[in-house]
Design a protein. Sequence first.
Length: 728
Amino acid sequence: KSDPWYRTFVEPLAERKAIPTSISDLDKSIARGEMAEVIYRVQEEDTGGSRDSLNYEDLEGIPVSGKSCTDLKALFEKAESRIYMNRSWADDAVMEMEESVGMDVAAPALESTSKMTTGLGAGGETDFSETNVQVEGVDEADFVKNDGKYIYMVKDGEVRIIEAYPADDMKELTTIDLDESDDRNINVTQLYVDGNILVVIGNEYTYGSYEKVQPLIDARHWYPNLHQNRTFTAIYNISDRENPRLTRKMTFDGNYSHSRRVGSTLYMVLNDNNNYVMSNPEFEPEVLLPRFQDSESEGEEQFLTSCADISYFPRTRSMNYVIALAIPLKNNKDIVSEVMIGNSQNIYASKDNLYIASTNYERDHFGEFYHDWDNAKTVVYKYELSPGEIEYDSRGKVPGTILNQFSMDEHEKHFRIATTQGNFWTPDNMARNNLYVLDKGMEIVGEIEDIAPGEKIYSVRFMGDRGYMVTFRSIDPLFAFDLSDPKDPKILGKLKIPGYSDYLHPYDENHLIGFGKDAIPAKEDEGRSNFAWYQGMKIALFDVTDPENPTQLFTELIGDRGTQSALLRDHKALLFDRSKNLLAFPIQVAEVQKKECNNADICALSKEMPSAYGETVFDGVYVYTLDLEDGFQLRGKITHYTEPKDEEVFTKQGDRWYGEYGKQIRRVLYIGQNLYTVAEDGVKASDINSTEEKSFLEFESTYHYDDVIYEEDEEPMIEPSLIDVLFR
């Protein structure tokens, strides 16, 4: 990168030791007292050789690495003391590390990992749905997968493989139970399927009595919780679906954040918090290193990286490692890791790059943390991807916070990101929204700021040279952006309609489907200005052929206030296939019961009570036919509530809908001419056109609680001593 224009101004200030350590970034709003301090220091005759001051590199955010384990220990010891004092922790530690010379021998690097070969192909129906992902060719983990013949799902901490095709002969082939140890609990959360490879991801909790963990305390010189959380990845060869063969299992320090699969490489991001190692002041520096175990190395614990290879940015505000991993699935390449002091809250991935985003809060001029939404920033770490490889590239920072992964996008070597700044409910710090375009070096080259003041972002979608944003407070503006010139993004047009969209999905390049809630603006006599009551679910088809004048072609309103859908929180719950005019998603429909009344005025008023919650009357899947001529046409409904006793659950509900265990549909997918709805109680196959039931595969509901297995109607029996260990 070429030096920015401001470097020649900042460096003389640094030479005068005139930059107080409370100024954390070059783009931070300087407090009046800080500016006075800068002026005072500049005017002083003596530059104060021992005075704390920042240099240019501290402010610019150039990553530091190559430090010793002793340096790393000093950094975290200083971090802990700062945190317990409610002060910014990086100041003195960074200065000490910059001046130190590493004398320790770096920890050993990662040894070679396993060799594995697998086959390809499931041999089923070629016409089948896949997980709804953000970027074509970049797979996302889910708890249900489908390959055209088999359905793979997570249930009760296990992985079940169902032969789903043909539908009239559905059967469960096998169950994979990874919880085989007495001193640890396995929690399977997500899956990937790639031909004859099944990848299982989850959490592993090590627990037990103090005697069980004492050897770990002695060996690692730290005092862990009885629950030690790690993340595991298990790779299976499933060429024989009835007998999956575990080919490799890896367990990593840290909590699972997110992952993506590109080709035959799994990219996984973890957060590893280091607070726990600080409880013993005599801990060895190597304890700070993240570790992992690999079945190919007979489960021996290994260092994931060395102290010298851990990077950090000056002014970092975290005691957390963000760990980015490239795990090969089909060859014998080593695992590649990048470890940095930072944090992962959300990710976006293209085929070429991975972006890890986290929120960065400012500090006041006393160096104390404070959650000032106006000054919060989003830090984005960029990593280059290639088969079996991952490498840190650069870092960017923009004002505001993001909503979710759809707030980020990459297009033609530029990164686009949408953020919300300010506080939604504070008049003197009014919320506003921004859109930024960054170049391949993660420098801002284009921006639009202060979009929809007083509102916040509810959904974003980038589509090539265009971008779309929904903001909301009392009415829903859909903004259309022209992003063809990265240096000059423009708002082309907007459409104001009641309600809002939580998720935007492309129908084609000129049409968008919005999924959200309808809303009724509050009346002024209610004392709630600029406010709206959300109602039932709303789906809309928008025409953005003319982005300067977007229009709403069709809408569909479902239920009343209280209606919910997993799709509004998780895009993977959507089944959409434009070639089949097929749209389906899980939903719980609530309706406000209309009561009889004798007074006409009261009756009229009761119909205008937008704050009233309805009672759940349906829990299942709505299936639509969708096209540009007729819009949304309800094709049918599918539910796992079928017997009369199931229907009693609806009539007996209280203020909240909990439903019957296992009958809430989690995913809907298709294979050939069959729709499959997946729930805890089983898998139902229905005709894709009529939605009539063809078959139902019922699961035996078995819970696992530690070492005790019991059926649904039985009470768990657990020894009091174990309860004492678990909850001490």
